[in-house]
Design a protein around this ligand. Structure first.
Ligand SMILES: Cc1cc2nc3c(=O)[nH]c(=O)nc-3n(C[C@H](O)[C@H](O)[C@H](O)COP(=O)(O)OP(=O)(O)OC[C@H]3O[C@@H](n4cnc5c(N)ncnc54)[C@H](O)[C@@H]3O)c2cc1C
Length: 397
């Protein structure tokens, strides 16, 4: 039961209707901010909704939520789908990853300092996990954090840092003890991206995104008060963060813009109405894309109704979402025939963004390993280095 009176869908619509415009059901959605580094529309959108706690309803009211229970939060999410919603990609790490982690293990001071600016869009976060030698094998992180009084001194580099170009804070995994096994000596920090010693260099993606970065960290001082969670608890927090990330990616079909009813989605109707589905092979591929899309949507809805904290099953959700997104993006391109070679054509951005979906948030292969081991209970991969101190591990350089 929520602390405030639980709202019916009707009351939620009345409240949102005063703040937002109704969505055009035929409007084309955006894909994880691809090709567009617009921060302003998302910030305006979040600031309008923050006072009512509509974006993060299950967060406490004082931190920008409304103390809603899971059922009320689901009603709010369903209602929001009927309105014009800004692309919140720039704010995704804060809202979906850092926020839940701070709520589960942040100090009261950290919650007071960081949650509200996440909810109202005034501060953007990025996720500083991956390094040149730590991707799928993320526990191999080499970024060092050494204690100096009531500060930590961080040295190392991160790569593939989405949103690094405009983030104010980075959630950064660093090694605080190299004498123990690699999973055990890690700790999470909040790094001020404007601090002296932080250098952010852009990496341009094939879809034109320019917020992607590599981040070099040289003698960066981080206050002890900005350590998130316990010393040495970084791996557990990483697993928790990645479960939130995969559940988020898997939670809704990329691109949005389709209604939840069991009618044909707008993209499929558009192909049919344009006469692109007359040959049987195209129709068969379209039905495959539709089946993947619908199964993913229904399974995600069932998971939301379950309301549990995300776990390894989020890996299955991510795999399904990625398969659905890629089937649709690649078929959309093929259906255009030679016209598909034009970069101005519809669906070009989705086509160029699709390959990254199988990599970001953990690759498809790694998701399958997680599902195999942690959901299906199959034998684990051989992990010969799991009990070896980090200092004794063989390194690539
Ligand atoms: C668009 C995009 C955005 C990203 N954003 C962020 C971000 O914001 N923050 C961040 O920290 N990182 C980010 N990443 C990094 C991403 O998490 C890593 O790229 C990913 O985890 C893979 O790591 P890697 O690139 O080092 O590949 P590797 O780990 O070197 O993998 C190479 C290949 O080997 C396969 N492989 C590796 N290990 C296994 C195994 N045990 N079993 C089977 N196959 C295996 C992989 O599946 C892959 O095909 C982003 C990546 C992309 C593409």
């Amino acid at each position: 039961m929520s602390a405030t009176t639980a709202l019916t869908s009707k009351r939620i619509h009345e409240a949102l209707g005063e703040l937002l415009e109704r969505r055009d059901p035929n409007a084309r959605g955006t894909v994880l901010g691809a090709g567009n580094d617009d921060l302003d529309s998302g910030r305006r959108f979040l600031s309008v909704l923050a006072d009512g706690g509509w974006i993060v309803p299950i967060w406490p009211t004082r931190h920008g939520g409304r103390d809603a229970d899971d059922a009320e939060a689901s009603r709010i999410a369903a209602a929001l789908a009927d309105y014009e919603v800004a692309d919140l990609y720039p704010y995704g790490v804060g809202l979906n990853l850092v926020g839940p982690i701070l709520l589960s293990c942040g100090s009261p001071e950290q919650q007071d300092r960081w949650l509200r600016p996440i909810a109202d869009g005034s501060e953007v976060w990025c996720q500083m996990f991956s390094e040149p030698d730590a991707g799928s094998d993320l526990a191999n992180v080499g970024m060092r954090a050494e204690r100096d009084g009531d500060e930590w001194i961080l040295n190392g580099s991160k790569v593939w840092t989405s949103r690094g170009a405009y983030a104010r804070w980075g959630m950064c995994l660093a090694r605080t003890d190299a004498s123990v096994a690699k999973h055990r000596g890690l700790t999470m920090f909040a790094v001020d991206m404007k601090a002296r010693g932080v250098e952010v260099r852009p990496l341009e993606q094939i879809n034109g995104d320019r917020h992607f970065t590599e981040v070099f960290v040289a003698d960066v001082r981080v206050p002890e008060a900005h350590r998130i969670g316990d010393l040495g608890a970084g791996w557990g927090l990483t697993v928790e963060t990645l479960a939130h990330e995969r559940a988020t990616i898997g939670g809704r079909t990329f691109g949005g813009g389709d209604d939840e009813e069991l009618g044909l989605p707008a993209w499929l109707e558009a192909w049919r109405d344009a006469g692109l589905l007359v040959d049987p092979v195209s129709r068969q591929r379209a039905m495959r894309a539709y089946a993947l899309y619908r199964v993913n949507q229904l399974t995600a809805a069932r998971a939301v109704a379950g309301g549990s904290t995300p776990g390894p099953e989020g890996s299955g959700a991510k795999l399904r979402s990625v398969a659905a997104f890629k089937a649709r993006a690649y078929l959309g391109k093929d259906l255009l025939g030679p016209g598909g070679m034009l970069s101005e054509g519809p669906g070009h951005l989705e086509f160029l963004t699709a390959p990254s979906m199988s990599i970001r948030g953990g690759t498809d292969e790694v998701q399958r390993n997680i599902v195999g081991e942690r959901v299906l209970g199959l034998p684990g991969e051989p992990r010969v280095d799991k009990d070896v101190p980090f200092t004794e591990l063989r390194k690539s350089r």
